[in-house]
Design a protein around this ligand. Structure first.
Ligand SMILES: Nc1ncnc2c1ncn2[C@@H]1O[C@H](COP(=O)(O)OP(=O)(O)OP(=O)(O)O)[C@@H](O)[C@H]1O
Ligand SMILES: [Mg+2]
Length: 468
């Protein structure tokens, strides 16, 4: 026989704080005992002595967990299970069965039952089982929400995010895109500073003109100068012909001075003069060349402190900081993680031609992790995971250890008496093994580590390490 159920779905009924449990058993004493235990655990309970009564309850109540007797008068528990699952696959069903029919219980689990308990059971056993079931229901609901947010991304020319912090940033970008003032873009490493700079340029009226990023952190000072200002033939050894500076080449477009905090002080003065006078003087020349370029600058350093310490010119800081955009770190907007995961997976799937998805557990761990390397770290974590995974699902085991451990090293790994490794030491070790793996190639090592190459250069300097 089949039982006609109509179970209200999640969406029609907002999920209450307490979970609803339906106890279906023909023995009154057992129903009462289960009811007492469940209510002490915070469930709201409903009881039914047979399939028809269960059906009546479910017509009017959304039920999260069902304790279902395998042998009911006039029907088989498996039939009832099938009907529940057909109507709403999310309901967590626990079968209650006599010892003799354990093999039927196993069969029930194959059909979607969450667990089973053999009769007679003691109350402690039931308490544990219900505790687990309620954790399961809550996690499943959470995963469902996460999954929904993966499905409906909203983006702003490739910048994925829809938390209020990001919405605010999008509004600022739209405004500044149409002005010509300098913009200072601030944010930790890997938060998307370059992406934001591009978006300011490509949303503005001069999007057809050049956008040129200049990395002030990785070029040697003399090279930055000749790149930005240009040089004339014979200006220095190797200058066999004249070359225009990027500030002139970008004519009508945008220059991004990336890692501006690393610009040496003498170049800071030259840059300031160029911005004030709107002209540059190529190295080795007396001739002045007019410039017409929009300046964007980006840094992960605290420039105000650098100004106070005298390593960054105050007047240049004011000149660049007409408007500033601070990009939130990923840990300040964790709600965007599922969206970003969906975005990167989609891109990786398109390039590998394999449809990969992420398991609930893996996604949950990624939500719990703090992402010190921000979006860049998240992106390389997924790249790595798609390479490691053998099947279509990315599991916990495919994630880097630090994500699996929630950012903590396991005591056994640390080898420190306190069980805790200082962060600097972990970082040094990570840099060392990355460089070793790629034979000293800094670009590749930075990519593996999920940090920018400038950050890598800085850290190498900081730790007195050489790439060799
Ligand atoms: N909101 C975002 N949505 C999608 N991708 C993003 C987002 N933010 C950053 N990314 C991606 O993350 C990576 C790092 O971004 P980007 O290079 O702009 O960061 P950055 O702040 O300049 O980093 P660094 O300080 O290390 O130079 C890039 O591959 C970029 O495309
Ligand atoms: Mg950058």
């Amino acid at each position: 026989m089949s039982v006609a159920f109509s179970i209200p779905t999640f969406d029609q009924h907002p999920r209450p704080e307490t979970l609803n449990l339906l106890i279906v058993d023909d023995e009154r004493a057992l129903r009462e005992a289960c009811k007492e235990v469940a209510e002490s655990l915070g469930f709201t309970t409903f009881t039914a002595e047979n399939a028809q009564a269960a059906s009546r309850v479910m017509n009017v109540q959304s039920i999260d967990v069902v304790l279902l007797d395998m042998r009911l008068p006039g029907t088989n528990g498996l039939e009832v299970l099938k009907e529940i699952k057909r109507r709403q696959v999310d309901t967590t069903v626990i079968m209650m069965t006599a010892y003799a029919s354990v093999h039927t219980a196993v069969h029930a689990m194959k059909q979607g039952a969450y667990d089973y308990v053999t009769k007679p059971f003691n109350l402690e056993e039931l308490r544990l089982l219900l505790g687990r079931a309620s954790a399961h229901v809550r996690l499943a609901a959470e995963s469902k929400v996460l999954r929904e947010s993966i499905k409906t991304p909203q983006s702003f020319s490739n910048i994925v995010g829809r938390t209020p912090e990001m919405e605010k940033m999008f509004r600022i970008i739209t405004k500044v895109a149409h002005s010509t003032h300098p913009v200072l873009i601030l944010g930790e490493s890997g938060t998307g500073k370059e992406l934001v700079a591009r978006s300011i340029h490509f949303n503005g009226p001069n999007r057809d003109k050049p956008f040129i990023p200049v990395d002030c952190g990785s070029l040697v000072p003399t090279l930055i100068e000749s790149e930005l200002f240009g040089y004339v033939k014979g200006a220095f050894t190797g200058a066999v012909r004249s070359k225009d500076g990027l500030l002139a080449i970008a004519d009508g477009g945008t220059i991004l001075l990336d890692e501006i905090g690393e610009l040496p002080v003498d170049l800071q003065s030259k840059l300031l003069r160029a911005l004030q006078e709107k002209e540059i003087r190529p190295v080795g020349s007396t001739r002045r060349v007019p410039i017409n370029v929009r300046i964007l600058a980006a840094t992960n350093r605290d420039l105000e402190t650098a100004v106070q310490q005298g390593t960054f010119r105050k007047d240049l800081f004011f000149r660049l900081n007409v408007v500033n955009i601070r990009i939130p770190s990923l840990r300040e907007r964790k709600a965007d993680i599922p969206l970003l995961v969906g975005h990167f997976l989609e891109r990786l799937n398109a390039s590998t031609g394999v449809e990969r998805t992420i398991s609930d557990d893996a996604l949950r761990l990624m939500m719990a992790y703090d992402w010190p390397g921000n979006i860049r770290e998240l992106e390389s974590c997924l790249e790595r995971a798609t390479t490691l995974t053998s099947g279509p699902h990315i599991h916990i085991g495919d994630l880097p250890t630090q994500v699996q451990n929630g950012g903590r090293p396991t005591p056994s790994e640390s080898g420190h008496p306190s069980g805790v490794v200082p962060i600097a030491e972990m970082e040094k070790e990570a840099i060392f093994s990355a460089l070793k793996r790629v034979g000293g190639d800094k670009m590749k090592a930075a990519k593996l580590l999920g940090i920018g190459k400038t950050t890598l250069y800085r850290k190498l300097k900081e730790y007195g390490m050489s790439a060799e």
